[in-house]
Ligand binder design. Structure first.
Ligand code: PFF
Length: 453
């Protein structure tokens, strides 16, 4: 076994973790889930969840990773709890599950870069989405996205990920700010802001069973939690780093990018009279395409926007691949390129149904949000809160001068955080069971579903 690599620089870890967090979760999922779950009320529940549940959970994953300096599965064994390895394995499995369709959406993004350059969607943005989001086109671009991800991971931690994210992260923020300013000038922008930022509390009363699981799991999804990713990344961190400070920086940056995405998407949706609540996974694609088809320089803007989104998506998919590569290279005498290639192939196959029909993509996504993510996070929190306990506090304290944070953190995990995740899980399972065959009722429907808008 070779000596374990560490991040070359502290900022390298921070940027890579932010690179993992910032991705399609912020730019595609967040506007999409906000649009279909009542608008600003969803945003509100989400923000509370990020702060009260997301940040403590992120720190919990950091503590496990740094304390053991091992991959996410072995970490639990190294701590002396062999049976709890299941939590690391479950996280890796969920990451796998999610990336299978994440890669399909990443493929759509790649397709839209070409579509923008050619102006292919200018006449009929909604129909264009229908045509490229499912079927052979989608499969081809899903394969391309996976291939690029594999190539980056094959180069290794420092060479591949650290260098790439140093460029990726700042460029994403700058471009999103520019686009948000531009969207503000559109007629109808005010209605978009109102839908996005002015909560309608009556929505919560009727739809809590949908809104809460989606909003809380959105916090997990966007921070790359419950997927063993942050455990793995923090296993390369040294003891002079304050996990609390870095965790806070990651949460703030990540949340700002999501809000920025909303400030871009919602004014455009409303300015173009696109019905937000039924837009589904198409929301951002149709919104942006209609905008680019109307403004001068739309082709260039379109290429720039989708290129940024592609970069964000890649740096996230890379992080998941790293979880598995880290485990495999710790255990077996296999090279990074071989492991990455094998995993990429498996992910491609698992993503095929989602690429063939967006109804499958939605099904994979719903299961991740309502069942898988909350289950994985709950188990991790029980482990850190009740089994590691005081040891977790001492790990968190390393590299930090904020001594009082640890005990408060542990207390919140043991109480409100765990309780909230249980509520989320119960509501999620309830709504899943309310559908036919766990939401699989679309099978056999003809013709294959394309999202309505
Ligand atoms: N945090 C990522 C995002 O918001 O896009 C979610 C993610 C998904 C990370 C899939 C990694 C991954 F493989």
């Amino acid at each position: 076994m070779s000596e374990r690599e560490t991040w070359a620089t502290r900022i390298g870890f921070l940027l890579a973790a932010i690179g993992s967090a910032v991705g399609l979760g912020n730019i595609w999922q967040f506007p999409f889930k906000t649009a279909t779950n009542g608008g600003a009320i969803f945003v509100l529940v989400y923000l509370v969840a990020v702060l009260v549940i997301g940040l403590p959970t992120l720190l919990a994953e950091f503590v496990v990773g740094r304390r053991t300096r091992a991959n996410a599965v072995d970490a639990f064994e190294k701590l002396g709890y062999r049976n709890w390895r299941i939590v690391g394995a479950l996280g890796a499995f969920i990451g796998f599950w999610i990336v299978s369709y994440y890669s399909v959406v990443g493929g759509w993004v790649g397709r839209y870069i070409i579509g923008s350059a050619r102006g292919a969607y200018f006449d009929a943005p909604a129909e264009y989405f229908g045509a490229v989001s499912a079927g052979p086109d989608a499969i081809l671009f899903h394969a391309l996205f996976m291939a690029i991800t594999v190539a980056v991971v094959a180069f290794g931690i420092e060479d591949g990920i650290e260098k790439a994210t140093k460029v990726m992260v700042p460029s994403i923020v700058v471009l999103m700010i520019g686009l948000a300013i531009w969207a503000a000038t559109l007629g109808g922008a005010a209605d978009g802001y109102s839908y996005f930022l002015n909560p309608d509390f009556s929505q919560l009363a009727g739809n809590a069973g949908e809104i809460i699981p989606f909003a809380v799991s959105q916090a997990f999804f966007t921070l790359s939690l419950g997927m063993a990713i942050m455990i793995t990344y923090s296993s390369y961190v040294d003891e002079d780093t304050s996990l609390f400070v870095d965790g806070g920086a990651i949460v703030v940056t990540n949340t700002l990018v999501g809000i920025l995405a909303g400030l871009v998407v919602f004014p455009i949706l409303f300015a173009n009279n696109i019905e937000a609540s039924t837009s589904g996974p198409a929301a951002i694609f149709v919104a942006m395409a209609s905008a680019f088809s109307q403004v001068p320089g739309g082709r260039i803007l379109g290429v720039a926007f989708f290129a940024v989104v592609l970069i964000a998506a890649l740096s996230s998919a890379i992080s998941l691949m790293e979880v598995i590569v880290s485990w495999a290279t710790d255990h077996f005498a296999v090279s990074r390129p071989v492991v990455a290639g094998g995993i990429g192939t498996a992910l491609f196959v698992l993503g095929l149904p989602s690429a063939w029909d967006t109804a499958w993509l939605t099904w994979f996504d719903n299961l991740a949000y309502k069942l898988l993510l909350p289950t994985s996070v709950l188990l991790l929190l029980i482990f850190v809160g009740y089994i590691l306990g005081q040891n977790a506090i001492s790990e968190l304290a390393k590299g930090s001068s904020l001594r009082s944070v640890g005990p408060i953190w542990l207390w919140t995990i043991r109480t409100i955080v765990i309780l909230s995740v249980i509520v989320t899980l119960v509501l999620g399972i309830e709504t899943l069971l309310a559908g036919d065959f766990l939401g699989l009722e679309f099978i056999g429907e003809d013709p294959p579903l394309v999202p309505p808008f």
